[in-house]
Design a protein around this ligand. Sequence first.
Ligand SMILES: NC(=O)c1ccc[n+]([C@@H]2O[C@H](COP(=O)([O-])OP(=O)(O)OC[C@H]3O[C@@H](n4cnc5c(N)ncnc54)[C@H](OP(=O)(O)O)[C@@H]3O)[C@@H](O)[C@H]2O)c1
Length: 277
Amino acid sequence: MPNAQPAIPDFLYGTAWKEDRTAALTELAIRSGFRAIDTANQRKHYFEAAVGEGVGAAYRAGLVTRADLFLQTKFTYQDGQDHRLPYDPAATLSVQVAQSMASSLEHLGTDHVDSFVLHGPASHSHWTTDDFETWQAMIKERDAGRTRLLGVSNISLAQLQQMTRAHAESPAFVQNRCYAVRGWDREVRAFCRERNIIYQGFSLLTANRQVLGHPTIAALAAEINATPAQLIFAFARQVGMLPLTGTADSEHMKQDLESRSLELPPDVVDAIEAIAG
Ligand SMILES: NC(=O)c1ccc[n+]([C@@H]2O[C@H](COP(=O)([O-])OP(=O)(O)OC[C@H]3O[C@@H](n4cnc5c(N)ncnc54)[C@H](OP(=O)(O)O)[C@@H]3O)[C@@H](O)[C@H]2O)c1
């Protein structure tokens, strides 16, 4: 039921860049134990209709029901899209948001998603009047029961500060690329923590390849009989992040989920947090 409080997941399976493998990998992720799926109504990088097919296959196989899943999608401005738009580009932003949501619900075969995320602010420098209109339209979608929660992605600390000053309502989620050289997005994470916003971190492995190959990381991982990737996901969770993985490998799916049972001592968490910046 859209009005029930959704459980917040502990891992998100990301579906970007999977093209023809999207449906099969989404089903495999669910079969492997993922219960939260991240997508976007942005055909350029995601194949949302195929995510819906994968989810549908998981239902038919009796693996899960809709109530077991956390489905997250995004509204993407025209600047971030190719010609395959999920809305009329001549319509107002408010109408585009509603059209994008209607299309997402159709793709995903559901009457509501669990989280609806603004893919990124309209400008790199500030929170614009377009963002203001879009966020208000997203709130309307939430109030109409078509999403339970709202989020914003690819956002700087300054934009987040402007956003939270401009609107009565803060996002439930911030989803950012998490660079170790920026203290794993330390400033944005601190802002989120103060306001009970859940920070979703993506590219934890791909944006931090040097850290993954760092001898300290290798040694710490070996000490707990884990892989460097598992160590990073465990670290992410222990500093309060909700991590994403988009692995296409069934063994890595298992390993990523198994990282949930790793407990790192505080000094190890501190060492990883400070490893690059
Ligand atoms: N909001 C945004 O703008 C935005 C942008 C980018 C991504 N995202 C979301 O975040 C999701 C994840 O994207 P991502 O950028 O984090 O990267 P990704 O595309 O998921 O890539 C993860 C990489 O790490 C590897 N990997 C995963 N688990 C591993 C393990 N246990 N051991 C070794 N290697 C492992 C994968 O290789 P294998 O496939 O071989 O395992 C893959 O090369 C996307 O699908 C999307 O949903 C959002």
